[in-house]
Design a protein around this ligand. Sequence first.
Ligand code: M6R
Length: 366
Amino acid sequence: EKGGYPHFMLKEIHEQPKAFKDTMAGRILPEKGEIKLDDVHLSKEYLQGIKKIFIVACGTAYHAGMVGKYVIEKLTRVPVEVDIASEFRYRDPMIDKNTLVIIISQSGETADTLAALRESKKLGARVLAITNVVGSSVSREADDIIYTWAGPEIAVASTKAYSTQLIALDFIALYIARTLGRICEKDFQEITSAMKNLPDQAKIILGHEDKIKSLAQKFFDREDVFYIGRGLDYPLSLEGALKLKEISYIHAEAYAAGELKHGTLALIEEGVPVIAPVTQEHLFEKTLSNIKEVKAREGFVVALANEGNEEIKKSVDDVIYIPKTHPILTPILAVIPMQLLAYYAAVARGCDVDKPRNLAKSVTVE
Ligand code: M6R
């Protein structure tokens, strides 16, 4: 049942090229310049009336939502707020019929997420759900649905569900931007043709598995690991840190790189591992200066960079490269090394990778 892999998590990490393909199948219509989403019916008139989009989810799905905020705002210029479901539902959220609420849940059964969905509908908002489970509570109660065709995810740590949630969010962004006429044909074609390369590019990253494994073996015995990133590399860092702490029990924290000086730098001393994604080229110099601050305190820095970025090598201890894609799509690829780093650190520590202590796959109680 694990297809020859020692753990479901590793199997599911390796299933990503196929999951990407399945999630994209039939949804990009290049000749029409359209995104086709069978269970999404947001008319132009409706979208023109939307004042705000809310994205609500828990855990890894919440991190996907943070990426979604960047992408949707960038392509559609509609303001997006992201919230944790257990906060959203108790804070009297400011939503009404002019708010589109996007609910993200792999299982479609998470108690707080489902409660947030119901609260949103009660307040008159339309709810669009991204879920991996057909027939789940979330899929039954939402007004519109995008399925992530990732296949069953068994490991508690979410991997292929997360990366396909990002694809679904890109589709929503493109769909809204297209419907509202806010993206030109050229940009649409550029992004969608880059999306089509993602399955093969994911395979290339999986081909670097041995290198990532040996890097994980360099820090698996540490007590703390920090992740720093800017722009889309920030939610990516949060996701990398969650993956690591969840399955290896190493204390891992992520910071927006610019926040380093506002506190965390005090914790950096000789040998402290810092994972630093630098996939956003327009922010490279800024993050590089944060990396230099870490190096000046003798931290152990592993960067995650786009293929072709030779400059980064001079300032870090090691680099994991990812193939080049459109800047808004980088988290879909860059999360794969993050998942593998967490996986191999947990294996090196002898942890029960698929069933981490105290955690359940689906949190159906509050
Ligand atoms: O099924 P859901 O997507 O609603 O689950 C949300 C979280 O419980 C889930 O993503 C959790 O954070 C994972 N264990 C993270 O790997």
